[in-house]
Design a protein around this ligand. Structure first.
Ligand code: CA
Ligand code: CA
Length: 110
């Protein structure tokens, strides 16, 4: 009997390094925008800080639902989620347009 299994030791070491890399990535993915915009790290994105994101700056008044002149993380996430939803809708719409035109031209196949 061998005292240890080199393969298992290597795979454990690999999974550990992958695990920490994954954790760092997911923390970044979780909210890169808000932390990036909140330069003074007071937990809010001010109107000045929002200028770094033109899309957000444009919708600042709409996004600031409690009208305190700054965006909380919740307000930011809400407006950005709406933004994502709109762009997804646009993409899906383009997809349908493409499908419509291609299905019209491919009817000769029979
Ligand atoms: Ca801030
Ligand atoms: Ca607010």
């Amino acid at each position: 009997m061998k005292p240890s299994h080199p393969f298992i030791a290597a795979s454990v070491a690999m999974s550990l390094s992958f695990g920490s890399a994954w954790a760092a990535d997911s923390a970044k993915d979780k909210d890169p925008g808000f932390n990036g915009l909140d330069k003074d790290r007071d937990g809010y994105v001010s109107r000045t800080e929002a200028q770094a994101n033109p899309q957000l700056a444009k919708q600042f008044a709409t996004a600031d639902t409690d009208h305190d002149g700054k965006l909380s993380r919740t307000e930011y996430l809400k407006v950005m989620a709406k933004e994502d939803f709109n762009s997804v809708k646009e993409k899906v719409g383009n997809l349908f347009d493409k499908n419509d035109s291609s299905s019209g031209s491919s009817t000769s196949k029979k």
